[in-house]
Design a protein around this ligand. Structure first.
Ligand SMILES: [Zn+2]
Length: 413
């Protein structure tokens, strides 16, 4: 594809409204941001793509934590307490999936995400007990649909987990390494499940693997109160302190949930330059609790958002839920605003995952969504507030990943 000049009547750039915003795309990335005439001179042969009156472009949304196959639990898993949800829905449905089931399910979930403006998804993937065929099917689904994938490859060895999820440390390391070599576009990283899903030995080994590979380490941590009680009873320390003792609290750590944490533990995350992914819709759906997003941001921790159980695979919904939960937790409508919610779903999410996206910047990926202003009522009041508090996924008219159209008018291409 030759260079393309994008000219938008309205854009959200660094969370600010910007009129007649223009940039050039070369390959998958933004080559330059300049006034239209300057770009015309510099890229005389470029095609011009206009996003005119009635729409605004925004950075593509970053989904920092998803289990795509949980769309199969919709209906079956609703309204069950967590322990029953896990055994009667998750463990009943997911282990039996074939690689072809995974490919179809993931493609369906990824299309849903793309049509709601999501351009990057971090998939936390469990089905590794029988080899890499399932993982390859998930990566194939990302390639088919065009979504940018961060493949957080789970490591799990807890005896209570289904055999289809379990591996030894050696096997998990070998298979993860193989995926990294074969699929450089999948941003493969390592993801020991949690302090209850992976043994301390496995978590420590995953930390060493991440250090050698130079990749992130995603892990579920401090999601529910029972997890804290159980970890203190078994190991004499809280989940985060256990992770610290296993040498994984560092700049590679992506702590998923981070709900039940003492102040000192939040500071530990900040001091280590670790990141957090918050999943506010799933946390409400499963009755988990509320992450102190406002407090973590104040300490400088990058917090992104995830659709986790994929109740509805939309980061627009997650941004809204994140803002509402902070207002509710602090009993203060001023405790969290639309701009911060927007950053969670875009620039901070990208920072947490280590992906060069989440805003319009020279050299970052040309990943963006086109919002139909006519579906917002009123359309600009200001735009970022309309987007966070009123926009719905069907108000996303088009989604571009690496400059390529991947979804249009609610159905992906
Ligand atoms: Zn999860």
């Amino acid at each position: 594809m030759g260079a393309v000049i994008v000219r938008a009547a309205l854009a959200l750039v660094n969370a600010q409204e910007c009129e007649d915003f223009c940039f050039a795309i070369e390959g998958e990335r933004i080559a330059a941001i300049s006034p239209f005439e300057t770009l015309r001179e510099r890229f005389p042969d470029a095609a011009v793509r206009m996003h005119g009156a009635g729409v605004a472009i925004v950075p593509g949304f970053i989904n920092g934590h998803s289990h795509a196959y949980q769309i199969l639990l919709r209906g079956t898993g609703d309204d069950l307490p967590f322990a029953r949800w896990r055994t009667e829905a998750l463990y009943k449905i997911v282990p039996g999936l074939s690689p072809e089931d995974v490919r179809r399910t993931f493609a369906s979930a990824f299309r849903e995400m793309l049509s709601s403006g999501v351009t990057t998804v971090a998939e936390f993937f469990y089905l590794n007990g029988r080899g890499n065929a399932h993982a390859e099917a998930a990566i194939q689904a990302a390639r088919e649909t065009g979504i940018r994938l961060v493949f957080a490859r789970c490591w799990m060895d807890a005896p209570a987990a289904p055999a289809d999820f379990r591996e030894t440390v050696e096997t998990a390391a070998e298979r993860t390494g193989e995926l990294m070599t074969r699929f450089p576009d999948a941003h493969v990283c390592v993801a020991p499940h949690s302090v209850h899903g992976a043994s301390p030995e496995m978590i420590r080994a995953a930390g060493e693997f991440a250090r050698e590979a130079g990749c992130r380490l995603h892990i579920h941590v401090a999601e529910a109160s029972y997890e804290v009680e159980q970890t203190v009873a078994q190991h004499g320390m809280t989940p985060l302190r256990l992770l610290e003792s296993l040498d994984v609290v560092n700049e590679r750590l992506v702590a998923v949930h981070a709900i039940y944490m003492e102040e000192a533990e939040k500071k530990m995350l900040a001091g280590a330059s670790a990141a957090v992914i918050h999943n506010p819709v799933t946390n409400q759906y499963l009755g988990d609790g509320i992450c102190d997003v406002a407090g973590l941001l104040e300490l400088g921790v990058p917090v992104g958002l995830g659709t986790d159980a994929n109740i509805n695979a939309s980061i627009l919904d997650e941004m809204r839920a994140a803002a509402f939960l902070q207002k509710l937790a602090h009993h203060d409508a001023g405790a969290f605003d639309a701009v911060r919610a927007f950053r969670l779903g875009t620039s901070l999410g990208a920072q947490a995952l280590g992906i060069d996206a989440g805003d319009f910047r020279a050299s970052s990926y040309a990943d963006y969504a086109v919002i139909d202003l006519e579906r917002l009522n009123p359309p600009a009041s200001p735009l970022i507030n309309a987007l966070i508090y009123r926009a719905r996924s069907d108000g996303v008219r088009e989604t571009y990943v690496g400059g390529k159209l991947r979804a249009a008018s609610g159905s992906s291409s």
